[in-house]
Ligand binder design. Structure first.
Ligand code: AKB
Length: 330
């Protein structure tokens, strides 16, 4: 079944850097870029189309097919699906938790209207669709340690609200129309690309600042525990989940995680490899968001149903990040 699927596989990765063009000059949407690299390695360069509304870097452009797609332009999306005979959508466009709070109307458009467009598109053309969700889909009323797959979800950010909406809409389309909707709730995903607009971003920024300046000022308290995952594990989870036959799945939405740590624990671990740096703490509004999120994520259902198993632990994560961020800044 997988071979047949691979032969027909044309995925389009929709990622939308709109907030970044406003807020941060470059470097975001990297889960999409990394994901395209990974899937192209598996399914062939021409079979994975990356899309956005911004001009790609030369590196991204040379890596494989790249097209303009505006998540808010339904007709434009229809044309792409027809012209490229797309059969799988991977929908990354979203304003993350912290940046979403700074521009709620834009977050509503990109995260909620965008979701309406892609799910309707998937229904019309019988596409399979993957949409990531997040630990941010939980709130202060949810159990935090551990947070099970099914529990109270009352998030207090527009990002979280839009993700609960996406989860429920996707499940509804699955039950009502038989749409192959799949969704993973990711923890903070850590990669070497500079962060942009999330609450878990400190765990990326710390590596950049320590390697460049020898110091880091953290916007969360030292004891703020959050679930995390290196991008390698995130891409493996995504690809294993996409390939899992429907009969293995008891849900459309699964928690996945690799580990949980606090800023202090991460810094202590980094001291093993870089003894000479300083860290200070100055909590800001992101602290309130972090305090409402899971501390430990229970992904036992993903482990049970489709054999999810993380491979990168805290020590590996620190080693990988030091190597990858060094390469990036040199
Ligand atoms: C964020 O911090 O907003 C994201 C997430 C955990 O979904 N990284």
């Amino acid at each position: 079944a997988i071979a047949r699927f691979v032969a027909r596989f044309v995925a389009i990765l929709l990622l939308d850097l709109r907030p970044i063009t406003f807020k941060i000059a470059r470097g975001l949407g990297q889960l999409g870029v990394e994901c395209a690299k990974y899937l192209r390695g598996k399914y062939g360069r021409e079979n994975v189309i990356l899309s956005d509304i911004i001009k790609p870097t030369t590196e991204v452009f040379n890596d494989g097919p790249y097209i303009f797609a505006d998540i808010l332009d339904f007709k434009g999306l229809q044309k792409i699906v027809v012209d490229h005979r797309v059969d799988w959508l991977i929908h990354f466009s979203a304003l993350l938790s912290a940046i979403g709070e700074q521009n709620v109307p834009l977050a509503v458009r990109v995260n909620i209207e965008g979701m309406h467009n892609v799910i309707e598109l998937a229904k019309q053309y019988r596409l399979r669709i993957f949409v990531p969700s997040t630990i941010g889909a939980f709130g202060p009323d949810s159990p935090r340690n551990p947070t099970p797959n099914i529990t109270v979800q009352r998030p207090r950010t527009i990002y979280g609200v839009s993700k609960v909406h996406a989860e429920l809409l996707g499940e509804y389309y699955y039950y009502k129309f038989g749409l192959d909707f799949r969704c993973l709730r990711f923890p903070g995903v850590i990669s070497s690309d500079p962060p942009g607009g999330g609450t878990t971003d400190y765990a990326i920024a710390i590596f950049h600042d320590v390697l460049r300046k020898g110091r880091y000022e953290c916007y969360l308290r030292p004891d703020t525990r959050l679930p995390m995952m290196h991008v390698k594990d995130a891409l493996r989870a995504l690809s294993n989940f996409l390939e899992a036959p429907n009969k293995m799945l008891h849900r459309r939405v699964y928690n996945v995680t690799s580990m949980s740590f606090t800023p202090e624990e991460l810094a202590d671990h980094m001291f093993k490899y870089i003894p000479d740096f300083s860290i200070s703490y100055k909590p800001d509004s992101r602290q309130d968001i972090a305090d409402s999120w899971p501390q430990v994520f229970d992904d036992s259902e993903a482990r049970r149903d489709w054999n999810w198993k993380p491979e990168v632990d805290l020590d590996n994560l620190v080693k990988l990040m030091l190597k990858e961020v060094k390469e990036k800044i040199n």
